[in-house]
Design a protein around this ligand. Sequence first.
Ligand SMILES: O=C(O)C(=O)C[C@]1(C(=O)O)C=C[C@@H](O)C=C1
Length: 396
Amino acid sequence: GRLDDIAARGVLRVGSTGDYKPFSYRQTGGGFIGMDVELAGELARSLGVRLELVPTTWPTLMADLGADKFDLALSGVSVTAERRRQALFSVPYLHDGKTPITRCENAARFQTLAQIDRPEVRLIVNPGGTNERFARARAPHARLTVYPDNVTIFGQIVSGAADLMITDAIETRLQQRLHPQLCAVHPEAPFDMAEKAILLPRDAALKTYVDRWLQQRLDNGDVPQRLDRWLAFPWGLESLRQAIDQRLLLAQDVARAKWNAQAAIEDLPREEQVIAAAVRQGRVLGLPEAWIRTVFRAQIDASKTVQRALYERWQAEGAGRFDDAPDLGKTIRPELDRLTTQLLRAMADNQTLLHDGGRQADVVAAMHALQARAINPAAAGQALAPFLSATPSAGE
Ligand SMILES: O=C(O)C(=O)C[C@]1(C(=O)O)C=C[C@@H](O)C=C1
């Protein structure tokens, strides 16, 4: 059976969509995080095997299970009759249901399905899952837009391109925290009842094992506690993490361009420019000048760490010119300037959180995964350091 296969392989393969906070979220260029990802890790540990996350999608979830691409799926999967025809489910670990999320000023207009199921209402939905099924069955008269990106779909409601989405209450709770303009509409009393469970192949022994493992964690309060923690997770730090990561990855291009020009790595006038521009822009956003300086000093130092390590390696290898190096002035520095803006905006958006010493563990977890860590762990540490000390604006 499956359990033997998993033990023999030494690996538990868990399917996850990576697009569904707080259950499963795939960071750009990074790994999977979320409650179900964490649970998957613990399940693997209990089996004494390694976890391998297998990316899947909502439209292909059942086909991927059928094609044996993974041993089970943990991704906030809802129990449905249709899925039950092809697969087993564990005991449920969460009770939920569909409810609207809309701009707060429209919350009163979208309380009931009768209010929503009208041709002038622009309903948006991600394809292939239970949300689309619900929208088509329960609001067939609304003007439906099928929007393929589950991550940016909420921005469509914020911008007014759509009026509302109907999705799992738990997701509306989370997204209203991420987007202050959005309100979950009666998440405590959703339109229907649904359960989240682990999606399993038709293997009775695997189900027995998983159920016993999960039931224990439900009984001792571990799962509800985890859910609270992941609902409060600082998902909004993603843009900050990305800006830092991309800036550090760009240091490799900087180094190649400079190597070709046989230029020195350090360019103090440019450093002054970078910091002065950051201070100018950051002040407008209400950021303390000392914090801006500390953060950008760290980014520049980290960039030099990457560049110096590369120079040393190329010197040792006697490397020649790089044909594919982008132009420093025309291409790379404008890109660095764009990242300056992104980084400052993210600092401003998350200022309270980043100043909150009590949330350091979450901040560390949200920021830790950098692609640049694989290139130069010391540089990644340098770049993140200003965000991982509890009082970023100390001395202001
Ligand atoms: O733009 C460059 O020349 C870089 O090397 C990048 C950078 C930076 O991180 O902004 C790093 C080191 C230099 O001293 C100046 C700037």
